[in-house]
Design a protein around this ligand. Structure first.
Ligand code: UDX
Length: 436
């Protein structure tokens, strides 16, 4: 079976590499020359643990090419893993999916299954199939299958090789059989359904997780007011298996390439169909307020940020990724810079991408300690191990005024209590030992 994957971003590349790991020959195509060059040098263009190792291990089974024409001509199965970014009105932009579809229609020469991995609005798979059939250059049988992915950045390889479920939305027994040939090597449970339900499973899963986070963030905000501790609350809730103990961490809001985009896209789709998804709308609103929570806290200590030395720890939307999409840092840093703050920042891998946006406005440091030196206040935006593992006494020793605003609840309050510092986190009591 000849498998082609269109798009070498997070979804496409991880899918292609993992399918080679289960024994398939996979051709990954992209329009980006630089990416293909990097991949052909054995390097991954994205930071993703285990990916490069698997690329090396399976290099005989993997081809990276710009020549999509040839790849589509020979393909039995074509996975589409290109981006569906957010449009200004919140809907999903299907431009790249249709660009790939056009090329597929023009080039396929034998019967082929087209598998849509990209997150697309409900009804899109059917529309793509119609589009393909009306634009085919050669007389072949072509079918579209919905196969959403559930991989998280930072654990994408593990999430794919040990998926909790493989969702397949098909319109024929033949397509189901082909998909099982592709995936049987993984030995994971299947959910076989129609294409609309498969498309909805993806959105409903992501939006439910986003909702869970926004719910916990609201409870955390109330905990701060009434004097409860969100981590104990989450522990107590999570032991109920009906609730589950995952995705209960309060913080400064969810970011990344999926939750913000997918909540808005589903909400848009509902509106478009004259239905209001009230819960999702609330999750979006809570999240946008939550992202600025630390700025509000900071104003208790300083009226404005003019001339202040501010230490920023963590720039990426979560640890173990270099991705900045919808990261809280991108919402907070412009405000701090606008008010004239001097910012020093540290992120173990996000610096390179952040520099593309702020090449000169920020001083980038090599470690936590360098960042903290002489700071008036510190913001923690990402819970990297390097930040969680710092000895707490260093805040007091290195900062001019040890005020630490932790958006990710990195430290145990009992440990913080032993140190002279002001420490505010999310949904927990403020510790102020500075004058003791
Ligand atoms: C997510 C989904 O988990 C994945 O299944 C889907 O395919 C793509 O979107 P990802 O965006 O990589 O994956 O990261 P995830 O680990 O889910 O975190 C998303 C955001 O939620 C991050 O900003 C994270 O900090 C935040 N989060 C997560 C919380 O604030 N609290 C939590 O308890 C969990």
């Amino acid at each position: 079976m000849k498998i082609v994957v269109a798009g070498t971003g997070y979804v496409g590349l991880v899918t292609g590499v993992c399918l080679s790991e289960v024994g398939h020959s996979v051709t990954c195509v992209d329009v980006d020359e630089n990416k293909i060059k990097t991949l052909n040098e054995g390097k991954s263009p994205i930071f993703e643990p285990d990916l490069e190792e698997l690329m090396k291990k399976n290099k005989e089974k993997l081809t990276f090419t710009l020549d999509s024409k040839k790849a589509y001509e020979e393909a039995d199965v074509i996975f589409v893993g290109v981006g569906t970014p957010e449009k200004k009105d919140g809907s999903a932009n299907l431009k790249y999916v249709y660009e790939v579809a056009k090329e597929i229609a023009e080039n396929v020469k034998k019967d082929v299954i087209v598998v849509i991995k990209s997150t697309v609005p409900i009804g899109t798979n059917k529309k793509i199939e119609k589009y393909l059939n009306s634009n085919l250059k050669n007389k072949v049988r072509i079918e579209v299958v919905s196969n959403p992915e559930f991989l998280s950045q930072g654990t994408a390889v593990r999430d794919t090789l040990h998926a909790q479920r493989i969702v397949i939305g098909v319109n024929s027994k033949f397509a189901e059989k082909v998909m099982k040939e592709v995936y049987d090597g993984l030995g994971q449970p299947y959910v076989i359904t129609d294409r609309e339900s498969a498309e909805m499973i993806k959105y409903a899963s992501n939006d439910f997780l986003a909702l869970k986070i926004s719910y916990m963030n609201e409870i955390a905000n109330l905990c701060e007011i009434v004097g409860a501790n969100i981590q104990d609350v989450a522990k107590g809730m999570g032991m109920d298996t009906r609730i589950g103990n995952k995705f209960l961490n309060a913080g400064i809001g969810y970011g990344g390439s999926c939750f913000p985009k997918d909540t808005k896209a589903l909400s848009w789709l509902a509106n478009f169909n004259d239905y209001e998804l009230k819960t999702i709308k609330a999750a979006i609103e809570v999240n946008s307020n939550q992202k600025l929570k630390l700025i509000k806290k900071a104003r208790k200590y300083y009226d404005d940020f003019e001339g202040l030395n501010i230490a920023v720890l963590g720039l990426t939307f979560k640890p173990n990724t270099d991705d900045l999409r919808e990261a809280p840092s991108l919402y907070n840093i412009p405000i701090l810079l606008d008010e004239g703050a001097n910012i020093k920042a540290y992120d173990p891998v996000g610096e390179k991408n952040f520099k593309k946006i702020y090449p000169k406005e920020i001083i980038y440091c090599n470690n936590v300690e360098e960042t903290l030196k002489n700071a008036d206040i510190c913001f923690i935006f990402t819970e990297w191990d390097e930040i969680k593992n710092i000895e707490l006494g260093r805040y007091n020793e290195l900062m001019k005024t040890p005020i630490v605003l932790d958006g990710r609840n990195c430290y145990d309050l009992n440990e913080v209590k032993k140190v002279k510092m002001v420490y505010e986190s999310i949904g927990r009591k403020t510790i102020n030992n500075i004058n003791k």
